[in-house]
Design a protein around this ligand. Structure first.
Ligand code: FPP
Length: 249
């Protein structure tokens, strides 16, 4: 069931911290409009969005969310002007450098969903280093979707499965959903319980298509840089008021 509130203030914020979603996924949308409202370049909006990501990721860890997955750059985002793409990549680089510096203290496990081969070598190397250093950390896991597309992920999975069939490692007549899930970037990670999209858009935009099959959705017109801890509480409270049946009664 989708949820959309124009009057966000009217949505309750009381969260039951003993029943939190295990996995929250966020489409960090609205940075451009946030900047436009302030007559600033779009890149300023992305910088504010990156700052808010830090705040929300830290808070998710503090309250005990096990997995946080964020959509940072899609397979379609390359169509944006080069300076905007460059600014987003620069923000990611800055974030990863800081994260590496604080990893011993934060102990957040970092993963990346997407085809990293198209990234600049320096950024790709930072992603790989971050993943490697944090590999054994337990607690919150942050997955950054980077050059990620849900359809691209499914096509890659189908190709890898077909190759395994050709090589005799898999049998096309025996493929379970669990087995297919093992070919996705999200291998080994539980599906998101709650998918949040700020900024008023009511679509998935190629985000976690397979994994969102039974997710609860929360939409709000608040723009991502303004999506505060209180907004997160609203999203979680809304999630906690749903009746999840997973196709049952
Ligand atoms: C969507 O808003 C946002 C993006 C495509 C980029 C998101 C990137 C960041 C928040 C910065 C880097 C991330 C990390 C993890 C450090 P939009 O530009 O489509 O906004 P609009 O719809 O208002 O134009």
């Amino acid at each position: 069931m989708a949820f959309f509130s124009k009057k966000t203030e009217s949505v309750p914020t009381e969260v039951d911290f003993s029943r939190l979603p295990k996995h929250i996924a966020i489409i960090m949308d609205g940075n451009g409009r946030w900047a436009k409202k302030r007559s600033r370049p779009r890149t300023v909006g992305h910088a504010a969005g990156a700052e808010n990501f830090r705040t929300i990721a830290t808070y998710c860890k503090e309250i005990g969310i096990d997995y946080l997955t964020v959509y940072a750059f899609s397979t379609e985002n390359w169509k944006r002007p080069a300076d905007e793409v460059g600014a987003i990549m620069g923000l990611l680089k800055k974030y990863l450098l800081e994260a590496i510096g604080q990893m011993e203290r934060d102990r957040v496990k970092m993963e990346f969903f997407g085809d990293l081969s198209l990234l600049a070598p320096e950024l790709r190397e930072l992603c790989e280093r971050t993943r490697e250093i944090s590999r054994h950390y337990e607690g919150c896991q942050v997955n950054i979707c980077l050059n990620y597309g849900g359809r691209d992920e499914l096509v890659r999975a189908a190709q890898a499965f077909a190759q395994d069939c050709i090589d005799g490692r898999a049998d096309p007549n025996h493929l379970s959903q669990e087995q297919f899930g093992g070919y996705l970037f999200s291998k080994g990670i539980p599906d998101p319980d709650l998918v949040i999209r700020p900024s008023g858009e009511l679509r998935l935009s190629n985000f976690l298509l397979w994994q969102s099959a039974y997710a609860e959705f929360y939409f709000t017109d608040v723009l991502w840089p303004d999506f505060s801890k209180e907004e997160l509480h609203r999203a979680i409270a809304s999630y906690q008021n749903r009746n999840r049946r997973f196709g049952g009664v």
